[in-house]
Design a protein around this ligand. Structure first.
Ligand code: HMG
Ligand code: MG
Length: 304
């Protein structure tokens, strides 16, 4: 039997949060329906942050009310504070995520507080979420470099990751927010984290700014990581990380994993269709190598 790797689709949140033009709720829901149809089981669908900070996520409550409630499909929303958590609970979320950073400056720019203050805030968010039977994921951003501070030490990453894990996060997603990592720095950072948290509770979240994300995923697989965040069509970026491009494209990750003998439960042609849908809705080309290759292969076959 092939070993399973968990894919967390973050396109509807990380992917769309930075789009310059408003995206209507219908488009977000239609994307999520197509992802579900492709077999995606973990979808970050919403973000209950301040609409003044991230206007694109303003319709999150309506998105959560309209997503297909299919058995085995889990939706998650970002919740930076108790106000966000209350909104997520009211909208029927079963899983939320707190998002911290391994860089002081990024923490200030992204959530307007220091790392220490953010962890104090998250402690109460996590407590209330767990009391309400919600699962909580923890993010650590800037694990392989910060747009403001440059290098970040693996020890700083593992320190923040461990604190989130001890507070009750079931999974810690390690974010290469600006895509600065390479397989060697990825390994060093993961080795520090695996010393304090089992690999089974860690996830890789690689942005593909320098085209290193797939290489970093292979390095992570070698260290036993079996969960990865990705974004259909390679959508995205972070509004508080200048120059950050999208997450690695889910199509490319699924192609990699299936080719390496892992199973994901995702149907690649249907996933590519979901990517075609959102790329055309946004009026942009896909950033997925695999989607581009398969569409030119299909056109060439049709032309034969
Ligand atoms: P603040 O200004 O310090 O908050 O922002 P505040 O508590 O002083 O409140 C100010 C105003 O915001 C008040 O409204 C609050 O009610 C409102 P006003 O009285 O001015 O009308 N407010 C809220 N409204 C809706 N939902 C809320 C909420 N909280 C306060 N939850 C805050 C602090 C955290 C709210 C703000 O900084 C914020 O929303 N930041 C979000 C930034 C963000 O979403 N960044 C992108 C996601 S992180 C990311 O992409 C990285 C990741 O992908 C991993 C990786 O790649 O590394 C996860
Ligand atoms: Mg991200």
């Amino acid at each position: 039997m092939r070993e399973h790797v968990k894919i967390v689709e973050v396109g509807p949140r990380d992917g769309l949060q930075n789009e310059p033009r408003p995206i209507v709720v219908d488009t977000k829901v239609a994307l999520i329906e197509r992802l579900v149809h492709a077999g995606v089981k973990h979808i970050e669908a919403a973000s209950f942050v301040s609409p003044k900070w991230v206007p694109q996520m303003a319709g999150s409550a309506e998105v959560m009310q309209r997503v297909p409630r299919t058995a085995g499909v889990h939706y998650r929303a970002l919740t930076p504070n108790l106000k966000g958590l209350e909104a997520a609970i009211a909208a029927g979320c079963e899983e939320v995520a707190v998002f911290g950073a391994a860089s002081e400056t990024f923490s200030q720019r992204n959530i307007n507080c220091s790392i220490r203050e953010s962890l104090e805030r998250f402690r109460s968010v996590i407590e209330v979420a767990l009391d309400n039977k919600l699962r909580v994921r923890g993010y650590v951003s800037c694990v392989l470099g910060c747009p403001y501070e440059g290098d970040i030490t693996p020890e700083k990453v593992s320190e923040v990751a461990l604190l989130l894990s001890e507070m009750g996060c079931h999974e810690i997603s390690l974010g290469d927010t600006i895509g600065r990592g390479n397989p060697n720095s990825t390994r060093r950072m993961l080795e520090a984290c695996i010393r304090v948290i089992p690999a089974s509770q860690l996830a890789g979240h690689f942005h593909d700014t320098y085209g290193m994300a797939i290489a970093n995923i292979v390095a992570s697989l070698e260290l036993g990581i079996r969960a990865f965040d990705s974004s259909v069509s390679g959508l995205g970026g972070c509004p508080y990380a200048v120059g950050a491009s999208g997450n690695v494209a889910t199509e490319d990750v699924v192609h990699l994993l299936h080719g390496m003998g892992y199973e994901t439960g995702i149907d690649l042609p249907r996933l590519i269709q979901a990517g075609v849908y959102i790329s055309s809705a946004l009026g942009r080309e896909t950033s997925s190598h695999v989607a581009r290759a398969m569409s030119s292969h299909c056109s060439a076959t049709l032309a034969d």
